[in-house]
Design a protein around this ligand. Structure first.
Ligand code: NAP
Length: 359
């Protein structure tokens, strides 16, 4: 596979923002990583589902398309299952369930690739990928050496890891080639989230199998979240803020309905989607972009948006949440590319339009 020049990245980001890469290389074999041109700025792309392209990418985009999945070994306690970084995450989860290896079912239908799961320590419905990750294999692109990260080396915390914290996921310092998951044989259903429990009760399921939990979560996500193939988006656009307990308590005095989730370290997680909704942005648009009507945390591109449109909406939402609640929301996706001087798409009312009812 040759290096391609002036390559369109439109199909490589689920927000479908227009941008081009000066150079592009699809990585199908790890051997390709050992023959890269030296001293070149590199950017690692997986499924592009947690990515905001600010403009053209002046460097080499490495599109990770390494494929393969296998049972590495099993012992009395667990199955150890490896997937290459380019595997589609959702397909991989379904495959493990079909093999009779439960443990990843709460993470079904999260868009993206296996290689991206450790970076953000993806999580949903009370499970984080880091809880199941046994090892991560990666290549240091500067030295060409392989390194195996054990679970503790990954430094997993809420939606974060050593890759995200150090910026390795952007620079190519450490390109993840595969992930080994440890799936305990002593499986227990994890149905603590209210939506899951309610849906199971409605289906009259008292002791769900992993497959049934997967089916419930697929149904919940399809009901609430837009399919990026139909309505471009990057999943949750802001992180849930984790604040001091005192701050959360004070906020609750003026906002008695404030959802609060106490953390192990004594701090309190707030729901960014709830804050955005209260700030009036659920289902509201600014030009061609908006916050989704069924889940305010998801920023959607309704067609033809450029990065400036998205940045304008991001700023407006952050400003209103800061004014209402005294805290600053941090965006969850990574931002890549050189902003172009182009103006935002012209639109009549910069204060936004009222909610659209359906996508
Ligand atoms: P939701 O159920 O409406 O809840 C809103 C927020 O409150 C969630 O973000 C969740 O935090 C938190 N929450 C709810 N019940 C909780 C509990 N019992 N214990 C602790 N925290 C609780 O959220 P939703 O939008 O429908 O999303 C459902 C799940 O899918 C969430 O876990 C969400 O994170 C996940 N999801 C993940 C991604 C991603 O990884 N990029 C994208 C979309 C949705 P948490 O987010 O910490 O769970």
């Amino acid at each position: 596979m040759p290096v391609l020049s002036n390559f369109s990245l439109l199909d490589l980001n689920t927000l479908r923002l227009p941008a081009r890469a000066a150079q592009y290389l699809r990585i199908e074999q790890t051997a390709q990583l050992l023959a890269l041109p030296p001293h070149q700025q590199r950017f690692i792309f997986g499924g592009g589902s947690n990515l905001v392209l600010l403009g053209d990418v002046d460097g080499l985009v490495l599109h990770v398309a390494l494929m393969g999945r296998r049972l590495v070994t099993e012992d009395a306690e667990a199955w150890y299952v490896e997937a290459s970084a380019g595997e589609n995450w959702h397909d991989f989860v379904l495959w493990t369930l079909a093999q009779g290896w439960p443990g990843l079912e709460n993470l079904v239908l999260i868009p993206g690739t296996v290689g991206a799961t450790p970076v953000q320590n993806i999580g949903a419905y009370g499970l984080e990928a880091g809880e199941r990750i046994h090892q991560v294999r990666a290549i240091d692109l500067d030295s060409g050496t392989e390194r195996v990260f054990n679970q503790a080396d990954c430094q997993f915390v809420y939606r974060n890891s050593i890759w995200k914290r150090e910026g390795w996921h952007l620079t190519g310092k450490s390109l993840i080639t595969s992930v080994v998951f440890r799936l305990p044989k002593a499986w227990q259903a994890n149905c603590g989230y209210a939506d899951v429990a309610i849906e199971l009760a409605e289906r009259q399921i008292q002791s769900p199998t992993a497959q049934q939990i997967a089916e419930v979560i697929i149904a919940l996500r399809q009901r609430k979240l837009p399919d990026p193939a139909l309505l471009p988006n990057a999943g949750s656009f802001f992180e849930n803020p984790i604040v001091d307990a005192d701050f959360a308590q004070k906020l609750a005095l003026t906002h008695p309905d404030l959802p609060r989730y106490p953390q192990a370290d004594g701090r309190v997680k707030l729901a960014a989607g709830w804050l955005i909704e209260q700030a009036g942005w659920k289902g509201r648009q600014l030009g061609p972009v908006g916050m989704y009507e069924k889940q305010a945390l998801v920023l959607v591109n309704r067609g033809g948006a450029c990065a400036q449109d998205l940045l304008a909406l991001m700023a407006a939402v952050r400003e209103d949440v800061a004014r209402g609640f005294g805290l600053t929301l941090e965006p969850e996706p990574v931002f890549v590319g050189t902003p172009s001087p182009a103006k935002a798409t012209p639109f009549a009312n910069r204060m936004g339009t009222r909610p659209r009812q359906n996508s």
